[in-house]
Design a binder for this molecule. Sequence first.
Ligand code: UDP
Length: 470
Amino acid sequence: MDASSSDSKYHVVLFPFMSKGHTIPLLHLARLLLRRRNFIVTVFTTSGNHSFIANSLSDTTAFIIDLPFPQNVPQIPAGVESTDKLPSISFFAPFALSTKLMQPDFEKAIETLPRVNFMVSDGFLWWTLDSAIKFGFPRLVFFGMSIYSTCLSRAVVEHRLLFGPESDDELITLPQFPWIKVTRNDFDSTFRDSEPSGPHFEFNIKAITAAINSYGTIVNSFYELEATFADYWNKENGNEAWFVGPLCLADAPRVEHEPRKKPTWIKWLDQKLEQGRSVLYVAFGSQVDISPQQVKEIAIGLKKSKVNFLWVMKAKDPEFGDESELQESIGDGGIIVREWVDQREILIHQSVNGFLSHCGWNSVLESICAGVPILAWPMMAEQPLNARMVVEEIKVGLRVETCNGSVRGFVKWEGLKKMVEELMEGETGKEVRKNAEEYGEIARKAMEEGSGSSWRNLDVLVNELCTPRN
Ligand code: UDP
């Protein structure tokens, strides 16, 4: 392959981390790149993630390469059997560190491929930078977070705000962003070590160093949504952030119009159309585990709020007695789905009026793009920061009331019911819905081919990386 001839193909390698929330946006990016003439895209993954990626990209020409996970190697930490899927959040650091064991096979595969113009790899796969340097192509890092959360996380680390005399719920002002107040509870302690220089520290140093030394950062967001933070980041960091999203708008969800082929939950939503926009969509992403007591409380709160609701649970969510007991407890107004759904298809349905969400960054963007306001219930990782952004910064949502007032406490049914009613019917609900619709419109403009800010950013980046240098 010769990148300098007009008929040449440019080759991009994508390497997502092995979780749905990190993989899905890079698959959207694959589509955006493939839409350009002369691009080939290779996606690296593991065998356990192959079918999800292959299904998602089945209508494209993307190549997928599975990397094996070495067996019987002494460096594999106890409890990590493969790099297919994080066994549980408490294994995050050993799991992420184990991904480096795939490096020899990754490099063997790269040797056999056409010349790579650039790679976008997840921030957790820090070691891919070394491979990129070895083979002489640029690596862009993908964190899957808003730049708002990235800036706030960086600020608390720089000012050592995670350690101090304040209680975990006391508000702390961030010197760089004096209008923003956070608490220590906004930062997930699962990702911190109990002792200095523990595995999280080791991992964070590797990931941050590799990110700083990479060509730039790909951000799944649009400039207009977080301009203050985008400007701040690009002024303070050598490593430029490229806003190329919302990537969920790179392709439309596959909506089935033939009634007999529609999933049951879409048929249910269709039936609710005669009541107008009356449905609350409830989902907490692909990672969060919810206690049985909390599931029970949610069921009571939703039933008492008398809204129609569609609740998507992970297959592994704790059983609430048996299935019929759970269905009975929620009454006739709602349905529970325990399958993988196309969340975007649900959010754009004309019956949906609100989203009770854990505030994973993809969910936030998908909700904004659908013009649906959020009832924020952050649980882990950077979700509490996303919730702050949603409620306090861009004002596209409200927050559930926890019973101890902490950002991540237990939610009693009374607090849930009150806020569900406010989101669906209250005055503040109307305000945040209007804001969500407005941002949704700006998001679509940002992705418009030729003129949108995100489209142009990707164009500039691609030209910069694929123009032959003399
Ligand atoms: N998702 C989906 N169907 C499901 C569950 C999740 O399409 O049944 C998608 C959702 O649309 C989003 C991603 O999975 O794109 C979840 O990412 P997010 O950042 O919201 O949360 P995470 O799962 O990483 O906590």
